[in-house]
Ligand binder design. Structure first.
Ligand code: 4AD
Ligand code: MG
Length: 482
């Protein structure tokens, strides 16, 4: 008969001393002496291992030899108070079953520290490491917290399409979707691709944002959010960009730009607090890891705050709200601009901000998260609400230390005439967007929304340095393995 399994997280938190239980998991390490083997067992339910003690004589060479790093086992026995340091209790094995061996000469994960770059090449085994299992548990907790935050506020979760014919951001960075035989693409008489013969009978792509469809739902349900995969074929090989990432996009009827900022700030703080309250063991592990890593860095590059201090700092401080125009003045007069240290020098109003500028504002000038608002209309998307000055739109970006832009959003242009004029100026075909414009034709209301990059949020909360290391299977230029 199959034994009932107890998760190691439960074994380590509940008082189970004296009880006989069964645990199952993967061997992290085994230390063997002549008489006894100590097996550190992990089942992913917690960062912490359970020590399984196996009497050498009782189990014999044959079984113990098969129990190596990476092997999977089931162990049944009594929980006793631990003699050794580092753990409160341990399991004294009565019986052990080996599910799957892991040939020690071939198993890629050795019981030593591997580089994150190496682990990326074996992303199918990464979750077996302490670092990635910790990141994945935090990722789960944050996803759950997103739903809880919005549910408790009466927002509705809606699913926007993954395949669409619109390019919401108008940046031309969409991956095409087709089932044409790529070696034999049907052409029109003019020699253009004949999309009329394609699966959807029109040009279609993977979504770059669920916002436009989200707006339709908000114009009926008032407050909604999406949380789904998002695809961008931008060739940015940075530590902040993925070709496939997850975005949370709330959209709210009757919200102006200030309401939008208030909600975004409340949500970011909620997520940080949720992680602090619910992921203490994993965050403590990640914090220790960062401290170790930073020992190899020159003093000047080490962060002044520990991970938990950084998270608490975000909780305790209101984000600084700064207009784009004020920010440009600050940047123009900044030391790195005057000394030509920025790669992109800020010369005049209208310049697009690069992440070096965003990080200067957050990390050097204000030293706290910043909400930048009222950007020049020419560097922002067509749907943003035009301000009275005729030059700026009601956009807002939230900038975080170490990350740069974590949220992008705006109040939406709800006035049909202004919206269609702007679309014309930006060469966006109004006839194809008629479905979107209907929300402005019938019962239009002021409304706002924003997008939070989920992986950038996880980067911030876990203190990891590269966005590829906070998603199970990263997709970046040249990488689509597994
Ligand atoms: O600023 P973005 O492009 O805004 C939108 O897509 C709007 N439709 C959102 C809205 O108002 N509903 O993207 C929003 C956020 C960014 O701030 C960033 O955190 C994240 O999405 N993001 C990426 N994350 C990882 N990899 C990429 N390539 C990303 N591009 C954007
Ligand atoms: Mg943006």
């Amino acid at each position: 008969m199959k034994e009932k399994r107890t998760k190691i997280q439960v074994v380590l938190t509940d008082e189970l001393v004296g009880q006989e239980i069964t645990v199952m998991g993967w061997v992290r390490t085994k230390r063997a002496s002549k008489n006894v083997a100590f097996i550190a067992l992990n089942d992913g339910s917690t960062i912490n291992n359970l020590q399984v003690v196996a009497d050498a004589e009782k189990f014999g060479e044959d079984i113990l030899r098969r129990i190596t790093t990476g092997a999977s086992i089931s162990a049944t026995g009594k929980i006793v108070e631990s003699q050794g340091a580092g753990q409160a209790c341990e399991l004294v094995a009565e019986s052990i079953e080996v599910f799957g061996e892991a040939d020690p000469d071939k198993y890629p994960l050795q019981p030593k520290k591997h580089s994150l770059e190496f682990l990326r090449e074996i992303a199918h085994l990464r979750p077996r490491t302490n670092t990635f299992s910790a990141v994945m548990r935090v990722r789960h907790a944050l996803a759950f917290a997103v739903h809880k935050f919005f549910n408790d506020k009466g927002f509705f979760y809606i699913n926007t399409p993954i395949i669409t014919s619109s390019d919401a951001e108008g940046a031309g960075e969409a991956f095409k979707v087709t089932n044409f035989d790529l070696n034999n693409i049907p052409k029109t008489e003019e020699g253009q691709v004949d999309y009329a013969q394609d699966f959807f009978e029109k040009e279609s792509n993977l979504t770059v944002s669920g916002q436009l469809e989200g707006e339709l739902a908000a114009m009926a349900l008032s407050e909604i959010y999406t949380f789904g995969p998002t695809f961008r074929a931008e060739n940015s090989n940075t530590t902040r960009h993925l070709a496939e990432f997850w975005m949370i996009e709330p959209e709210m009827a009757f919200y102006d730009l200030q309401d939008n900022m208030d909600l975004a700030q409340e949500m970011l703080k909620y997520l940080v607090k949720y992680a602090l309250d619910n992921c203490a063991d994993d965050l403590a592990f990640l914090e220790k890891r960062i401290i170790e890593e930073e020992k190899n860095k020159p003093q000047a590059e080490r962060s002044e705050m520990t991970l938990t201090e950084r998270l608490k700092f975000v909780l305790d401080n209101d984000f600084e709200r700064v207009s784009y125009t004020e920010a440009i003045e600050i940047l123009k007069n900044s030391k790195p601009n005057k000394k030509k240290k920025f790669s992109y020098l800020i010369e005049e109003w209208g310049a697009d901000l690069q992440s070096e500028h965003e990080r200067y504002l957050v990390e050097k000038h204000f030293n706290k998260p910043v909400i930048l608002y009222n950007y020049p209309k020419d560097i922002k998307a067509f749907y943003m609400r035009q301000n009275e000055d005729g030059k700026t739109v009601g956009a807002m970006d939230i900038l975080f230390p170490g990350i740069g832009e974590i949220v992008g959003g705006s109040q939406r242009e709800e006035r049909l005439d202004l919206l269609t004029t702007r679309m014309q100026e930006m060469d966006i075909p109004a006839d194809e967007m008629s479905w979107y414009l209907d929300t402005r034709r019938y019962g239009a209301v002021p409304h706002s929304g924003f997008g939070l990059g989920f992986e950038r949020m996880i980067l911030f909360v876990t203190g990891m340095g590269n966005i590829r290391d906070v998603i199970p299977f990263p997709r970046t230029p040249g990488n689509c393995e597994f």
